[in-house]
Design a protein around this ligand. Structure first.
Ligand code: AMP
Length: 215
């Protein structure tokens, strides 16, 4: 299956995408993870992205579209994929359509993670991310077994620079201004599945699996 996960930052897209992709053998394409890896590696892409990310702004469309276009051509995408965090603008959505047409692929669904705004701010500002595998924890809602250490790979947990409260508020504003319109875009094409994204990881995962099964 080929899926886009859409929703505000902190809605749980990455957590759910990682789980389903691993279960189904699909590629999990998180543009945020790719950019963070590029920043860490000090690559050309990382150098270009770093400042935008620290402020919670979007990386220019042309750059993002090229990165995702290349990624979708890699062999591990042949069994299916989940795009997590892309598209984020109408230009990116249009370019994605063109790329899929050129690869003779179709998008099965866009899964929209719906969640109240207050929950998002507290989720994001308490979020702890693993430096090793990228898994997310939460200081209150989903604490790791051992302080500061990832349950999955023993990697070190850290607070992402863009999870500071001021940047979080800017990321939500950017989402409202540039990304939220894609909900209607995919809905009008009959591609939208909406899930309620509040509750535990297991609850949301069960809702998502049921929706995908019935779709
Ligand atoms: P995320 O991990 O998806 O919240 O992404 C973290 C940051 O990476 C965002 O706040 C943007 O600065 C950048 N980013 C990720 N995906 C995109 C995208 N599709 N378009 C532009 N910028 C992006």
């Amino acid at each position: 299956m080929n899926l886009v996960f859409l929703g505000p930052p902190g809605a749980g897209k990455g957590t759910q995408a990682k789980m389903i992709a691993a279960q189904e053998g699909w590629a999990h394409i998180s543009t945020g993870d790719m950019l963070r890896a590029a920043v860490k590696a000090g690559s050309e892409l990382g150098n270009q992205a770093q400042e935008f990310m620290a402020k919670g702004e979007l990386i220019p469309d042309s750059l993002m579209c090229a990165v995702v276009g290349d990624r979708l051509r890699e062999p591990d995408c042949s069994k299916g994929w989940i795009l997590d965090g892309f598209p984020r603008t109408q230009v990116q959505a249009d370019r994605l359509d063109e790329t899929l047409a050129s690869l003779d692929l179709k998008l099965d669904h866009c899964v929209y993670f719906h969640i109240g705004r207050e929950i998002l701010v507290s989720r994001l500002t308490g979020r702890l991310t693993c430096k090793g595998c990228g898994a997310n924890f939460h200081s209150q809602a989903l604490p790791p077994e051992q302080d500061g250490v990832c349950d999955h790979c023993d990697g070190e947990l850290y607070v992402r620079v863009d999870d500071q409260e001021e940047t979080v508020r800017n990321r939500l504003k950017v989402y409202d201004e540039s990304t939220a319109e894609l909900i209607d875009f995919y809905d009008q094409r009959g591609r939208l599945l909406r899930i309620e994204a509040d509750g535990t990881v297991e609850e949301v995962g069960a809702r998502l699996a049921a929706q995908l099964r019935d779709s």
